[in-house]
Design a protein around this ligand. Structure first.
Ligand code: AMP
Length: 283
């Protein structure tokens, strides 16, 4: 497994590999890898001749008062997981290389970036779309894999890829959860054992909404009220948003169907957690 830290070397390596007819599969991450990331890597291993993992804590997708400075990092553990998952190249650029003085270009995916996490984190998806575009240009992937855990991010990237005619196939992967239901996240490392228990209210709300929907309840307001009540019963939880939206357009819905997305963001202490489900998908 090769570790590349400069944009020039990564881009040159990718161009050379492409000339040799190799298909590149790519998994962009912010590191502190867990089983969710590993599931993307294993799928990527099957989809490409060469598997590239990027680890880059992207400063432009963090707001002023967010956790950029304390975002967890562990390069040694990440390299171990990467090697076990069949990664060929780890690309870890420095922020100064990605955003040199004078940098002033931004990609905006207009409407899909506005609701949900975009409303709570203004500018977040511009930062995501911009870095993913740069990473695509540097790593030259044929296929790129993203998790449904960040559902809106995946929607933004699919739209951007289509709108800008980028020659990369976007693959979405299921959410990997702990046995108790908690969606895996690098940010779970911020939580104390008690907070990890409190955090189960997100996956419980998802289960409740899925059960009530399967039982015939189609009213968005009734389903949201039930989910809200469940989360309000957890004293450590503060709701950022709880929403039912069309899974393609992200427009709000009054009546839910199999193609409705239930998405929520909840703060446990200072840690903001997100989770989601599409009601017609297998959980
Ligand atoms: P991150 O390092 O958090 O930016 O995530 C990198 C990629 O891994 C994104 O495409 C995420 O959606 C995906 N990912 C993170 N957590 C999970 C999870 N629990 N299950 C599946 N994919 C995940």
């Amino acid at each position: 497994m090769k570790i590349i830290t400069t944009i020039e070397e990564m881009q040159q390596t990718a161009i050379t590999l492409k000339r040799l007819g190799k298909r590149i599969a790519f998994v962009p991450t912010m590191g502190f890898l867990h089983e969710g990331h590993a599931s993307l890597l294993r799928a990527g291993r099957r989809l490409g001749d060469i598997l590239v993992l990027s680890i880059f804590v992207n400063p432009i997708q963090f707001g002023q008062n967010e956790d950029l400075g304390r975002y967890p990092r562990d390069m040694e553990a990440d390299c171990r997981i990467a090697a076990e998952s069949g990664v060929d190249i780890v690309f870890t650029p420095a922020a100064a290389g990605m955003y040199p003085p004078g940098f002033q270009t931004s990609i905006t995916v207009r409407d899909l970036s506005l609701p949900l996490c975009g409303a709570s984190r203004p500018g977040h998806f511009d930062g995501v779309a911009t870095v993913v575009t740069k990473l695509f240009n540097i790593c030259q992937p044929d296929t790129a894999l993203f998790g449904n855990k960040d559902y809106q991010q995946l929607a933004v990237i699919r739209r951007m890829t289509a709108d800008l005619s980028l020659r990369v196939a976007i693959v979405g992967m299921p959410i990997v959860r702990e046995e108790d239901g908690l969606a895996m996240s690098s940010r779970n490392s911020y939580l104390s054992p008690e907070q990890l228990q409190s955090a189960l209210c997100l996956s419980r709300a998802i289960r409740l909404v899925r059960q009530r929907y399967a039982g015939g309840e189609h009213s968005a307001s009734i389903l949201l009220a039930a989910a809200r009540e469940l989360i309000l019963a957890e004293p450590a939880a503060v709701i950022d948003y709880l929403e039912l939206r069309d899974s393609a357009s992200l427009a709000t819905v009054d009546l839910v169907s199999d193609s409705t997305l239930f998405a929520l963001a909840v703060k446990i202490g200072t840690t903001r957690l997100i989770d989601n489900t599409v009601l017609g998908d297998t959980p």
